[in-house]
Ligand binder design. Structure first.
Ligand code: AMO
Length: 436
């Protein structure tokens, strides 16, 4: 017999609960506060914490304990003093799943305040804390905004392989993998694949994991992070990509303020102004850091973290935004696929975006010409034969193109003002953690 699946199981929205006289709500018993004749039961649902009044005098003691997962029924009553503007006067509680007592961490306070070791060890429990989970609800909004905006601009979503035969970004920070009898690697970036897809779709994007074998134990490096990548054809230069990123960020911020206001409030997030993002060239940035802050450059390879912080400060003081683009990185500082700037020898048509003094994006115009790409590879000591499938796109024609990679966790940590990238990753992978 053919079975047609019925409608999916509905989930009650907070608006439905607010507007209903009577409601039965699924949730966790977040906290029970005995007030004498009655209890306040805080019921934690998938996104909210609902205040329930349990009248001990008429109903007896509530038949549940903190941590239990329950179905609680009662009447919904307007209450201006409750955070949601209403409360539920409880009538019955059915325990669906009882929790073992003695939870190793206390999740029902405002801030967790745990040592990082314990915070990460008990991650599956810690994430139940409303403030902790708000970070990840907001992060959902960031990904949604990225996807919705780019889809509206004609980008196609792709999924590139994470097992690869060569590194995309160069350098030693690549994880090796036993792959049957061959050497394989974990993907450092969808870079080469997103470029290969430009001749197919013209505009593509991907949100996916990337792996970096960096042995750093810093507050801004993970060994697995989520990269939000885009790549677009028929650009004139890298500034077209920068304009796309600016518009995309504005979309994300407006989506966050419209649909994630409660998480922004929970985390005290003030969204940055992305209406006009200043842009400086790499060498100008080095000069302005020395001029404005009296800190002479010690290297011209890249920025030191302290220099990035000062640039963020400069943007805030002079342009009223924590966002700043830096363009034209030196040739040596960028990977082989980056287009050199014909007008500025030694420098590239590349950019980074900094937010609050931390790099959140790298991007560039890429080389689309076969001869130019193989010549640059050789100049950088790479063997074009190792990149045969990548160069296939170049040999048989691809439009001028460029794109960017935006670190989801870096953006989240800067928006939420969280000082360590591990706290904005559900289950972080760093040099010391591969569990939970
Ligand atoms: P890049 O290597 O600069 O460029 O990475 C792009 C962005 O990814 C984030 N990021 C990280 N986040 C957490 N932990 C790390 N270890 C880490 N490393 C990088 C940063 C960074 O700006 N293919 C190019 C992008 C492109 O040109 O399209 C690339 O991957 O936010």
């Amino acid at each position: 017999m053919i079975k047609i699946m019925p409608e999916p199981m509905p989930q009650q929205s907070i608006e439905q609960i607010r507007n209903s006289g009577e409601a039965c709500i699924n949730g966790a018993v977040h906290k029970i506060r005995n007030m004498g004749g009655f209890d306040f039961i805080l019921l934690r649902t998938g996104r909210e914490v609902i205040q329930v009044v349990w009248n001990r005098e008429s109903l007896g003691e509530p038949s549940c304990a903190e941590g239990d997962y329950v179905r609680l029924c009662g009447s919904v009553v307007p209450e201006p003093r409750a955070r949601l503007g209403f409360e539920v006067h409880g009538r019955s509680i059915e325990v669906k799943s009882a929790a073992a007592g003695g939870m190793p961490v206390t999740i029902n306070k405002n801030k967790m305040n745990l040592h990082m070791d314990n915070h990460l060890k008990y991650r599956p429990l810690v994430l139940r804390n409303p403030r902790e989970r708000a970070v990840f609800k907001m992060q959902e909004g960031v990904c949604r905004g990225f996807r919705e905006f780019l889809t509206s601009q004609g980008f196609t979503e792709i999924h590139s392989p994470k097992i690869t035969a060569a590194g995309a970004e160069g350098g030693a920070n690549i994880f090796k993998l036993d792959y049957f009898d061959k050497q394989a690697y974990l993907s450092q970036s969808p870079q080469l694949y997103k470029q290969a897809m430009v001749p197919v779709f013209e505009r593509v994007f991907e949100i996916g994991p990337v792996f970096r074998a960096e042995p750093h134990d810093t507050s801004r490096h993970l060994n697995e992070y989520t990269s939000m990548d885009l790549e677009m054809g028929f650009i004139d230069d890298h500034t077209d990509v920068m304009r796309m990123e600016t518009a995309m960020l504005r979309y994300i911020f407006s989506l966050l303020s419209d649909e994630y206001a409660q998480e922004l409030a929970e985390l005290s997030v003030e969204l940055p102004d992305a209406s006009a993002i200043p842009s400086v060239k790499f060498m100008e940035a080095k000069e302005l850091i020395e001029r404005e802050f009296g800190r002479p450059a010690r290297t011209y390879q890249d920025f030191e973290p302290e220099e990035e912080k000062l640039l963020g400060k400069w943007a805030q003081q002079n342009h009223g935004t924590p966002l700043v683009f830096v363009t034209h990185y030196p040739h040596d500082a960028r990977p082989f696929y980056t287009m050199d700037d014909p007008a500025d020898p030694g420098y590239t048509r590349s950019f980074d975006l900094l937010l609050g003094g931390l790099e959140i994006t790298s991007g560039a115009q890429r080389i689309h010409d076969y001869g130019m790409q193989t010549e640059k590879m050789r100049r950088m000591g790479l063997d074009p034969d190792d990149f045969e499938s990548y160069l296939m796109a170049h040999r048989y024609g691809m439009p001028p193109h460029g794109g960017l990679g935006l670190g989801l966790e870096r953006l989240t940590m800067q928006l939420a003002g969280i000082e360590n990238v591990r706290y904005v990753c559900l289950f972080p992978r760093d040099i010391n953690h591969i569990t939970p």
